[in-house]
Design a protein around this ligand. Structure first.
Ligand code: HEM
Length: 522
């Protein structure tokens, strides 16, 4: 039992342990049993934890870590096509806690398959969370000292530095008034995007190979509106090569492709400037230049307009600029970094599930048309269900800043503790009929066996956990709701091909081709 569970149980048992003369015999027996259990638990607690090295897991060698386990034929695990199969093999073979030593100078990792266990660690680490994973961006920012002036933003900062920055920007990005501020302009984008898809819907060959580009245009146009305070102009048939929107789209693509090569695959970029490292650096430079230009424009426009508007009506940029110009640029950069492929992936994932579940799609359309409020409620249920199937980041991660004891094993400082949320979200024990797309489970009442609340609340964590959870979640949900609602009202979507293939790189991505078909909705 984790320390939080243990502590709660200990308090409950000791407060119930006061046996009075009024207590009936059965109740007394129950309390005695509790006392016994408490003594056993206390005894267990005094047993010293087992060493980290004894956690079950893959054998490993110096330098290559556990990589030999994934070799065909001779490896203990063999080559696994995706992270899902790998996690399944590890859980079945080793149980609820599995250790993997890092390869090529990466630190050790522990996968915890029980939500209570990672909840214990994540809660204890929440205030100054350490979340590694963007070593290249961190290094790049360190190198660009003159530009960044030592400011790290939320993605690469850790510990106290991260918390201080995050507390500054939270009010601007997580404010509840975002709908009022951005609703109308995001709706314009949604209308244009829907019209665009309607116009190109018969160009099947183009859509088969370029649907991702279309979704990127939508997500970039939307996030730029918030991050840079402007329309970029992405929703055109062809964008000139020197247009900032084109540069932004191209550099985003490079950043994700190169991050996978540099962060996940073995690479000597720390020692020599590899071609992939040069590419990513150019892409980061390009993002930075474009963001800075737009923020300067926004700043000028705001100065001309004056600042005498109520605080609640101020845009995200205005709020960020009020903190500091550098904060505004770093944050705009992070929004553009984190808010493009994520939203494009989730929107595609949702459209796919609506396409292969026509009854759900019809119900959503009917709800949207009959009553915006119930349409919105059902949309959110559909979105949650799509995110249950595919998180953008299939597993969450925290690096320990202090030792923990989990399941009787010691986990020292500096270990990456992995919560395999997407994998758990498709387990029958948490969600009945887990491989079916059933949005109703998110709105069912408690008596319904499908009721989502029967699962531990930390099983499905598409936006991460606690204070460090996604800073753009409200914006993302708003963008997707406005667009998908417009889209479903106007167009009917179906899928004419083999199942969608999701492959995991740094994040989940979709393997081409796309087999969407669109027609006008009656
Ligand atoms: C559906 C779309 C999105 C999903 C599923 C998603 C998911 C996530 C996840 C899982 C994390 C890690 C949280 C953790 O470690 O606990 C994260 C962090 C973050 N996301 Fe998102 N995200 C999405 C869209 C966005 C958008 C649109 C923005 C931009 C406004 C954004 C900005 C960020 C930032 C800045 C962080 C770092 C937060 C921090 O470390 O303090 N995300 N996101």
């Amino acid at each position: 039992m984790g320390s939080i569970g243990w502590e709660t149980e200990r308090k409950r048992i000791s407060s119930e342990g006061r046996v009075t003369s009024k207590t009936c015999r059965a109740e007394r027996q129950r309390l005695l049993l509790y006392k016994c259990a408490f003594r056993k638990l206390s005894a267990a607690a005094s047993v010293p934890p087992k060493p980290f090295s004894s956690i079950p897991g893959l054998k490993s060698f110096p330098i290559i870590g556990p990589l030999h386990n994934f070799l065909p034929f001779i490896g203990e695990i063999g080559p696994k096509g995706n992270i899902f199969d790998l996690l399944d093999t590890l859980r079945v073979k080793y149980g609820p806690i599995v250790k993997m030593n890092g390869a090529f100078a990466r630190g050790p990792m522990v996968v915890l398959f029980e939500p209570e266990d990672y909840e214990q660690v994540y809660r204890a680490e929440d205030l100054t969370s350490l979340r590694p994973g963007f070593a290249v961006l961190t290094y790049y920012r360190e190198q660009q000292k003159s530009t960044f002036e030592g400011m790290n933003g939320t993605i690469t900062a850790q510990g106290k530095e991260w918390r201080d920055f995050r507390m500054k920007v939270n009010p601007a990005l997580l404010k509840p008034k975002l709908v009022k501020l951005y609703g109308p302009a995001l709706d314009e984008i949604a209308v244009e995007m829907t019209q665009r898809l309607s116009r190109i819907k018969n160009d099947e060959e183009y859509l088969k190979w370029n649907f991702d580009t279309e979704m990127t245009k939508f997500s970039l146009e939307s996030i730029a509106l918030v991050a840079l305070g402007t329309r970029l102009g992405c929703l055109q048939d062809s964008i000139p090569a020197d247009h900032p929107a084109k540069k932004m789209m191209d550099s985003t693509k490079v950043i994700f492709e190169m991050s996978y090569k540099l962060e996940i695959l073995p690479s000597p970029w720390r020692y020599i400037s590899t071609p992939s490292y040069k590419k990513i650096t150019n892409a980061y430079d390009s993002h930075w230049k474009i963001s800075t230009n737009y923020i300067k424009h926004a700043q000028k426009a705001l100065q001309e307009r004056g600042h005498d508007i109520p605080d609640e009506d101020k845009s995200v940029i205005e709020k960020l600029l009020a903190i500091d110009e550098k904060v505004a640029v770093v944050m705009a950069n992070e929004m553009l970094f984190a808010g493009i492929d994520t939203v494009a992936f989730v929107t595609t994932n949702l459209l796919y599930h609506l396409a292969i579940n026509p009854k759900v799609q019809d119900k959503l359309r009917a709800e949207i048309r009959s009553d915006p409020e119930s349409g919105s409620k059902y949309f959110r249920a559909c979105l949650k269900e799509a995110l249950r199937f595919y998180h953008v980041v299939p597993a969450n991660l925290r690096r320990t800043s202090k030792p923990h004891v989990v399941r009787g094993y010691e986990i020292p400082e500096g270990v990456d503790v992995i919560a395999p949320n997407e994998y758990l979200s498709r387990m029958e024990k948490y969600y009945p009929r887990p491989n079916e797309f059933i949005p109703e489970r998110w709105i069912a009442d408690k008596s319904d066996p499908l009721y989502y609340g029967n699962a531990h609340p930390m099983v499905t964590l598409p936006f991460g956990f606690g204070l460090r959870s996604c800073l753009g979640r409200r914006i993302a949900q708003l963008e997707m709701e406005i667009f998908v609602t417009r889209f479903i009202n106007e167009l009917k979507v179906s899928w004419d091909g083999p199942p969608l293939k999701v492959v995991n790189k740094l994040t989940n991505t979709i393997k081409k081709p796309y087999y969407f078909k669109f027609e006008d909705a009656k």
